[in-house]
Write a protein that binds this ligand. Structure first.
Ligand code: FE2
Length: 143
């Protein structure tokens, strides 16, 4: 279970609710990995990845709108991090089309690990910087 650790709460309702949903999606990945009744997991995996892609598009859009409204100096680096994530999810989607019984669990595991690590770094570092900036701290374009 990957319930969102309270450390990940940023104190901004909009971000916290959406991040919680991302953790929910990560739980779906975990559940798929542990599912022993399902032989072929490709369709479910693709469905999760499509859901993730759609949700993240909305979520990143809202984060960017917020940062733009704040004239946030570190916007470009933050967008770069978002784009790297989108590319990675795309590559998982492409790979998911050609998984086999032998490779599927490894791939779902890799996706799980990637999401866990990315969300940790992104929320605790990148997103938190936006909050720090909102609270009056100086954040530069290179931070
Ligand atoms: Fe972000």
């Amino acid at each position: 279970m990957y319930k969102m650790n309270p450390d990940y709460l940023l104190g901004l309702e909009l971000m916290d609710t959406q991040h919680q949903h991302l953790f929910q999606l990560m739980e779906d990945v975990q559940a798929l990995l542990e599912d022993e009744n399902l032989l072929y997991k490709d369709e479910e995996l693709i469905e999760i990845l499509q859901g993730l892609r759609d949700y993240i598009k909305m979520h990143f859009g809202e984060e960017i709108a917020l940062m733009e409204s704040l004239d946030y100096p570190r916007l470009q680096l933050h967008i770069k991090a978002h784009n790297e994530f989108i590319e990675k999810v795309n590559s998982f989607e492409i790979d998911a089309e050609k998984i086999s019984l032998r490779t599927q669990d490894k791939m779902i595991y890799d996706l799980m690990e990637y999401l866990k690590e990315w969300l940790k770094v992104h929320i605790l570092d990148c997103d938190r910087k936006v909050i720090r900036f909102m609270n009056g701290e100086k954040i530069t374009a290179e931070d």
